[in-house]
Design a binder for this molecule. Structure first.
Ligand SMILES: [Zn+2]
Length: 94
């Protein structure tokens, strides 16, 4: 999905990647911060069925596999975006 930030930076983040980086306690060890979620257990065609804004600091995503406990804080989401492709860069390369 395309994410546009208020500083005009734009990114294309694959649903699968976003799902893999779910920050909830079921997917990440609360104490070590280590990811316990196994990417191979996620369907490659996973997609959001619902997205809710939480205050002005985060969003929650309900996934097609029924998972919905992850709260994606904007600063975390921004770091995730950095891992994926900037839309501006991919346009430059065309
Ligand atoms: Zn999770």
């Amino acid at each position: 999905m395309a994410i546009v930030w208020s500083n005009q930076e734009r990114f294309l983040v694959p649903y699968f990647g976003l799902r893999c980086h779910c920050p909830c306690a079921g997917c990440v060890d609360e104490h070590t911060g280590e990811r316990t979620l196994q990417p191979k257990k996620i369907r490659p065609d996973v997609k959001p069925t619902d997205i809710h804004q939480v205050g002005n600091y985060a969003i929650t995503i309900t996934w097609s596999d029924g998972h919905s406990t992850g709260i994606y804080h904007y600063d975390r989401l921004f770091q995730l975006c950095k891992l994926f492709k900037s839309l501006d860069e991919s346009e430059k390369n065309e």
